[in-house]
Design a protein around this ligand. Sequence first.
Ligand SMILES: Cc1ncc(COP(=O)(O)O)c(C=O)c1O
Length: 377
Amino acid sequence: MSITVPFVDLRAQARELHDELLEVFESVTSRAAYTLGPEGAAFEAAFAEYCGVRFCAGVSSGTDAVRLALQAAGVGPGDEVVVPVNTFIATAEAVSHCGATPVFVDCLPDTANVDPGRIEAALTARTKAVVPVHLYGQPADMDPILALAARRGLAVVEDACQAHGALYKGRPCGSLGVSAAFSFYPGKNLGALGDGGAVTTSSPEAFQAVTLLRNHGEHPKSVHAAVGYCNRLHNLQAGFLAAKLPYLPAWNEARRRAAARCDELLAGVPGVTPIAVRGDVVPARHLYVVLVDDRDAVREKLQAAGIQSGIHYPTPLHLTPAYASLGYGPGDFPVAEAIAPRLLSLPMFPEISGAQIDYVVEQLAAAVEWTARAVGE
Ligand SMILES: Cc1ncc(COP(=O)(O)O)c(C=O)c1O
């Protein structure tokens, strides 16, 4: 039997919520309320409550959310900001957009998340902030990071772009640092119908700074108190996000069920190591990532069997051409360099069926066995 399995299926959600999304469209367009309207305010209040914080500011993307949160924490030209080397480039770009320099830190071999034990060695007199990333939807180990930051007077800005609804020791991602950045890119656990993002915080000062900067530094009307940006969350997108938010807990549960089925089936498959999940977190399971040898050959086999996969991320940031000027080289981050060629992201979305998961695991096992034999011959 041959089944096709997409990496994500965004059409399923759009079908499920068709009428509600259409209602939002009709309501917003009937009032032509496109920027900073009531939908925006309502979504911000609901998302702040969901994350267990006092404030949420809707912004234009996750990348802008990281940058605005850092700027609100006072990061600017000449500063250094600690960033995991195994993350999406946007985490580091946001630092660069502040005029600051990203300083990379290696990851843990089992979770692929930032190694808290290596952060202190990366600090200098110029370090202003640390940006832990809740990678693949799994919270970074925040307690040692928060303790170090408190000792050294650093701001901790969470990159929660992959972790809507994840919990660290019972506390929601988005509420752990001075502020946090979320992305509502369509493929995220909570996705808009286009780009969007948010900064969550319980700090009135951070909230004020972000709301000022996202809208041309304007406060009050027609007075520009700061040189800001056009970084608003579209009101239409906020309406869509508010309509989707009540479904997020069930979608995350469905992701965790799918991941548990993968874990169970893969336990009997030699040569496939799922990325570990800590016992003290509830992950959002944004991505389901495994480590395999001969990853590219395995991926081709999966593709031929109708299964899409991804790589998060193929090149550790210190080796990416965009950051060549920082002067890092091969060997600087051995853990990230060792796992990068072995990382493979399997299909993961709330609507994935049991039959699709069984097929992915069966084909993955066959592909790994085939490539191991081909290498041995
Ligand atoms: C870890 C991480 N940080 C930042 C971003 C940037 O978000 P956006 O694409 O909304 O700018 C993403 C999204 O791809 C991400 O996965």
